[in-house]
Design a binder for this molecule. Structure first.
Ligand code: ATP
Length: 286
């Protein structure tokens, strides 16, 4: 997968294994390894066909290129069960103890200060800037793909990420992603390729979400539908939450502008957030 060292773990040395979630590929667990205290995350990869395995390898390759950054989930290696000849595999990754950004905001929103919120946004933008520097576009940023360990953002799920030169034309019929986070240019632009500015759009939505504590256009029990996509395409955006610093509103509304050329680069977002961060000594660069 990469020249960097990938560890092989024998599954039998994991203990305290506990299920923590389920995703497209299978269940996710947290566990201790041998005599260590820190938890690791295990993603089970059972019964996969070759094309899914290829996709996963692609995802890991991209993740490995950038996971030296503190704000990106680290991939450590692969676990196999030596006692089981059914060939089960698990991906072994850094564990994020506060779960997804969405869960974190639900739990912690009431105690977050503006400094905390801006710092979360800054870490997120920083993680994405690291991807963009490597010419990688994430293409699927939303609050369930961003994890949080303690109070540190850990970007995850590179499933749809691509190197820029590999991004293919996206047919409008193949709408993917979570509607309110997806660059609306792709809704009707038959040949529009999701690009760096599409990630900036998603960051804008996530900055709003960090200021609100709730996902955009959220109605309990409702899922997003195509009529929302149409409204967004026609310019619908969430209103600022009362008492949000004006400069912060300006940053996210610039990010979610309809025209990609009007949106800032992610590096500009990083420096603008840094400028308005009340306590400048917070660590966000690895
Ligand atoms: P898909 O695999 O289709 O992209 P997904 O993003 O929902 O789906 P996973 O990445 O497999 O699924 O994760 C499922 C859930 O497990 C997450 O929503 C999160 O709550 C939890 N999870 C995943 N990875 C970790 C991790 N490294 N640390 C802590 N929790 C995690």
């Amino acid at each position: 997968i990469s020249k960097k060292h990938i560890k092989n773990y024998d599954y039998k040395y994991f203990y305290n294994v506990k299920e923590i979630g389920a995703g497209g590929f299978g269940k996710v667990y947290r566990a201790n390894w041998k005599n260590t205290y820190n938890y690791l995350a295990l993603k089970s990869l059972f019964n996969l066909n070759n094309s899914t395995i290829k996709e996963i390898v692609n995802e890991l390759k991209l993740q490995r290129e950038v996971d030296f950054n503190e704000n990106i989930i680290r991939f450590f290696g692969i676990a196999t069960d030596q006692n089981d000849n059914s060939k089960k595999y698990w991906l072994v990754m850094e564990y994020a103890d506060n779960g997804t950004l969405q869960e974190y905001l639900k739990k912690k929103f009431d105690i977050l200060t503006w400094n905390d919120k801006i710092n979360l946004g800054l870490q997120l933008a920083h993680a994405v800037s690291c991807l963009h520097d490597e010419e990688i576009v994430h293409r699927d940023l939303h609050s369930n793909n961003v994890l949080v360990h303690q109070d540190t953002i850990k970007l995850a799920d590179f499933g749809l990420s691509k190197r820029i030169e590999e991004t293919s034309n996206l047919q409008s019929s193949k709408l993917f992603g979570v509607i309110p986070y997806v660059d609306p240019k792709s809704f009707n632009g038959k040949y529009y390729k999701l690009n760096k500015k599409s990630d900036v759009y998603s960051i804008g939505i996530l900055l709003w979400e960090i200021s609100s504590g709730k996902p955009p256009f959220y109605v309990e029990g409702n899922s997003y539908d195509i009529s929302l996509a149409i409204n967004i395409l026609q310019g619908l955006r969430e209103d600022p939450i009362p008492n949000t610093p004006e400069d912060y509103v300006k940053i996210y509304t610039d990010c979610w502008k309809s025209e990609p050329d009007d949106r800032p680069t992610v590096n500009e977002v990083v420096s603008k957030l840094h400028e308005i961060l009340p306590e400048k000594n917070v660590k966000y660069i690895s």
